[in-house]
Design a protein around this ligand. Structure first.
Ligand code: ACO
Length: 434
């Protein structure tokens, strides 16, 4: 990135003759970014940006978001076009490699992924260590992290072949890990993957199927699952991706880094929001309760949020929400669910919130999670699985971002600074004198 600056911005420290001329770096699209790396040397100051709302921590060629316009591009391709014409494994190839695959390349890639869908038999025993009511995200954090103990042959992060194999292993195994987390909870036998099925189709098979009878995956539901996976595949430097990058910046192995990303995704302000949306809709219960609920949300003394609304970057409609809203109707139609009270409630809530001054003034629009929960519920997934499904889809984004970071010559260990507001130096007081 260095060397591309055509403009600068100059900062002057009030009351001194010190100034710092900072290069303004241009990406291919998006606002310019001031390179503040020498600001401490020049002015003796750090910058303060809790939540990193104004800070670019890396340069990346993978995903672009224009939050004001509601634009999302994977490697330059609009999400709407990928959602309509592509499929998850093609998108995975695109995210990892930068270009859409030629037909032969896609076949090779599919082979590479499907070759790794099974879990080591000893990993089965890991599941027995969990309580039956363990949250699938807890199981996923543990089992994905445990993969590091099984693949010592591919842990050299500076070897491109090791990185490639680890990416295949992660993308291939997370659906199996997630499906087994569910099977363990419900006490059904683990279903082994079937490599003759598509990626999303195989996941539905492992999740819903049982060995006692044949299970035919509904192609419309497989397509909807594939679409959901495409929409969640990557999203720039969000909290979980930044977690993966930060963990990876220390040289930690990719399995450990993705486990860290899963932990970060779990929170209700991030991937856990789809589960929280359903809980919220159940709590509201009826359209007539919406005004009282919204009054709670607007009350500053309350921590209640309208889950599935708002986004750090989108100050417009989340483009993924529009796509998933339509898919939601298709799935409900296919399943013959004509009047889904939750969907009716969600639609009404959306209508009211989009016209409410509180939400309009703060540019709070529905995000992808507002609808993904409803569609996943209709497809037969328990609420606790929603975030696990997000993790399955996002693994390809995480591993693409992790690999990009490792290959970046400017990459250093991530290590933010702070404003220290604690006590200044003082002397130890012996216990009897305190
Ligand atoms: N409901 C009610 N008020 C909200 C909401 C919401 N969902 N989101 C933001 N606000 C309010 C804030 O309280 C704040 O109000 P104030 O200016 O009066 O103090 C204002 O809108 C600005 O919000 P920020 O806090 O600056 O938003 P931030 O970028 O920090 O947070 C976040 C973004 C975490 C997504 C937030 O909107 C939220 O918690 N939403 C609900 C959870 C959710 O749906 N998360 C999924 C995100 S998408 C994803 O991860 C896939």
């Amino acid at each position: 990135m260095s060397g591309t600056a055509k403009r600068t911005v100059t900062l002057t420290l009030d009351g001194s003759n010190k100034s710092s001329t900072l290069p303004l770096l241009d990406g291919t699209i998006g606002p310019p970014v001031a390179d503040i790396r020498k600001i401490y040397g020049d002015l003796g100051i750090f910058t303060y940006d809790p939540g990193y709302g104004a800070t670019a921590a890396c340069d990346s060629k993978i995903t672009y978001i224009d939050g004001d316009q509601g634009v999302l591009l994977y490697r330059g391709y609009p999400i709407e076009q990928l959602a309509e014409h592509s499929n998850f494994l093609e998108v995975a190839y695109l995210l990892l490699n930068g270009e859409l695959p030629k037909p032969a390349e896609l076949v090779e890639f599919q082979k590479g992924v499907t070759h790794h869908t099974m879990l080591h038999e000893q990993l089965r025993s890991f599941y027995n260590g969990f309580r039956r009511d363990a949250h699938p995200m807890a199981v996923m954090c543990g089992v994905v992290g445990a993969l590091s103990a099984f693949y010592h042959d591919s842990l050299n992060i500076y070897d491109p072949d090791h990185r490639r194999i680890s990416a295949f292993r992660l993308i291939a195994k997370v659906p199996t890990i997630a499906a087994w987390a569910h099977k363990y909870t419900v006490g059904q036998p683990f279903m082994y993957p079937r490599n003759d099925l598509g990626y999303a189709e195989n996941f539905l098979y492992m999740f819903h199927g049982v060995p006692a009878e044949e299970y035919k995956v509904n192609p419309i539901l497989a397509r909807a699952m594939d679409l959901i996976m495409i929409l969640h595949a990557d999203h720039e430097q969000n909290a979980s991706t930044s977690t993966v990058r930060l963990a990876g910046s220390t040289g930690a192995n990719p399995f450990a880094c993705i486990a860290a990303g899963i932990a970060s995704l779990w929170g209700p302000a991030h991937g856990g929001a789809n589960e929280a949306v359903l809980k919220m809709l159940a709590e509201i219960g009826h359209v007539k309760n919406i005004p009282a609920f919204l009054a709670d949300v607007k009350d500053r003394n309350n921590h209640a949020k309208l889950m599935g609304f708002g986004h750090r970057v989108y100050k417009n409609y989340d483009p993924r929400a529009k796509i998933i809203q339509k898919a939601c109707h298709d799935v409900l139609g296919e399943l013959g669910i004509k009047d889904d009270p939750l969907l009716d409630l969600a639609l009404e809530l959306e209508k009211i919130a989009l016209n409410d001054k509180y939400f309009v003034d703060r540019k709070l629009y529905p995000n992808v999670d507002f609808y993904s929960g409803i569609i996943l519920k209709a497809m037969g997934f328990p609420t606790s699985m929603f975030t696990a499904l997000f993790a399955v889809s996002r693994t390809v984004g995480w591993i693409s971002q992790w690999a990009e970071m490792i290959e970046d010559p400017e990459q250093r260990i991530g290590r933010p600074r702070q404003i220290y507001t604690g006590p200044t130096q003082r002397d130890y007081i012996p216990p009897g004198q305190r």
